[in-house]
Design a protein around this ligand. Structure first.
Ligand code: FAD
Length: 372
């Protein structure tokens, strides 16, 4: 029998663990190269879910993120669904607003809806016939020696799957990374900052944005800070960053209003007194963690990307963007070394660790600068 002329490496099974922003985009990158791609996501399919749990409602997409989307033909679509933000709009205590541009004229970052972006990327991944999305699959354990992964489903059943390459895109509390921690010469650090964050909404007024939409609005107040990013439904999502002990001091609706009157008076009519009193207690403030580690790979079987490799505090707006850039960098190294994982993985660690650590440091620097 004649031997197949197909490049055998293209048939390798790549398991992407985590179908969040970076996992879904990465699935497109691997599928485009012809690998047999399987995505495993612990949540149900967010495209069918009534409520999508997760972190921030919207995010700032910048140049490095857009470049990665461009590689898989998604840039125009996502950009058309985002809102350009040309400048930061600084709100002083007196209510004065002063713009500070992000760059030269015409340059901007985009406010994009996290859940919509994730849905679009999952749909894009699914259009490749060599990709299968597996929801309700929570990675419980895996073996570095064999590449064998164990998943549990919500009905308690277990499934075991083997892959040639496991790509850990399962976020800041990565289950994939746990195996790395058991190994010698793996460096790891995790820092929780004293601040938490809470999201509030500024609704439209008469069907229109209640503030200028093409800005990232910022209320800097020493140890506190609030930001607001526009959404396509004409609302703004505000994120209040504040030390946890300050959040905890406020225990009644009247105290919320008192606090806002003192620090963010111009936002009270925009958010609304009743909404403020209610929404402040809707969910507890969320923690923020910075994770640094190295190496990002084990042998030729596993690699970490996105927050699983480098969760950063959000003050630089680059967590997702850096995770998207991970996908391009890995793709370029696959090109360079002809998909040979035994060379690609160590090279990825060599090239990528310093850059991702730099992003983590810059984010932490911006945190200190803005809030401490
Ligand atoms: P995640 O988004 O965390 O996705 C991980 C996925 O893995 C999830 O779907 C999860 O369900 C799944 N998963 C977890 N465990 C398992 C398991 N055991 N088995 C299977 N699946 C699993 N970044 C920006 O670039 N710009 C911004 O403006 C910005 N703003 C932010 C604001 C806030 C308040 C916060 C907290 C973060 C912000 N970020 C921003 C950072 C950004 O949210 C993250 O960097 C990004 O979500 C990382 O994507 P990811 O896919 O690596 O991880």
């Amino acid at each position: 029998m004649e031997e197949s002329t197909d490049r055998p490496t293209k048939k390798k099974v790549v398991a992407v663990v985590g179908g969040g922003l970076v996992g879904a985009l990465n699935a497109c990158f691997f599928a485009k190269r012809g690998f047999d791609v399987k995505v495993f996501e612990t949540r149900e399919d967010i495209r069918q879910a009534k409520i999508v749990k997760g972190r921030s409602i919207n995010l700032a997409l910048s140049h490095r993120g857009r470049q990665a989307l461009n590689h898989v033909g998604m840039e125009d679509k996502i950009v058309s669904q985002g809102i350009p933000m040309h400048a930061r709009m600084i709100h002083s205590l007196s209510g004065k607003q002063s713009p500070i541009p992000y760059g030269k004229k015409g340059q901007y970052i985009l406010s994009v809806d996290r859940s919509n972006l994730n849905k679009e990327l999952l749909t894009a991944a699914e259009t490749y016939p060599n990709t299968k999305l597996n929801f309700d699959h929570k990675l419980q354990d895996w073996r570095a020696e064999t590449g064998l992964m164990t998943f549990v489903r919500s009905d308690g059943s277990e499934e075991q799957i083997k892959a040639d390459l496991i790509v850990g895109c399962d976020g800041a509390f990565s289950a994939i990374r746990k195996q790395f921690l058991r190994r010698s010469r793996f460096n790891y650090s995790q820092t929780y900052i004293p601040h938490g964050y809470m999201e509030l909404t500024i609704p439209p007024i008469n069907g229109e944005f209640s503030m200028k939409p093409n800005y990232l609005h910022i209320w800097p107040r020493n140890t506190f800070m609030m930001i607001a990013l526009p959404n396509t439904d004409k609302t703004f999502t505000c994120t209040l960053f504040m030390p946890f002990d300050e959040f905890e001091k406020i225990t009644t609706g009247d105290e919320v209003i008192e606090f806002f009157q003192k620090y963010f008076p111009d936002t009270i009519p925009l958010i609304g007194v009743d909404a403020l009193k209610r929404d402040y207690f809707h969910l507890p403030a969320q923690a923020m963690v910075s994770v640094k580690c190295s190496p990002y790979h084990i042998g030729d079987t596993c690699v970490l990307m996105g927050d699983a490799a480098h969760a950063v505090v959000p003050f630089y707006g680059q967590g997702m963007n850096a995770g998207f850039e991970d996908c391009i960098v890995f793709d370029e190294i696959l090109d360079q070394f002809n998909d040979d994982f035994s060379v690609v993985l160590p090279e990825y660690t060599r090239v990528r660790v310093p850059d991702d650590h730099a992003i983590a440091d810059l984010a932490m620097y911006n945190y200190v600068e803005k809030t401490c």
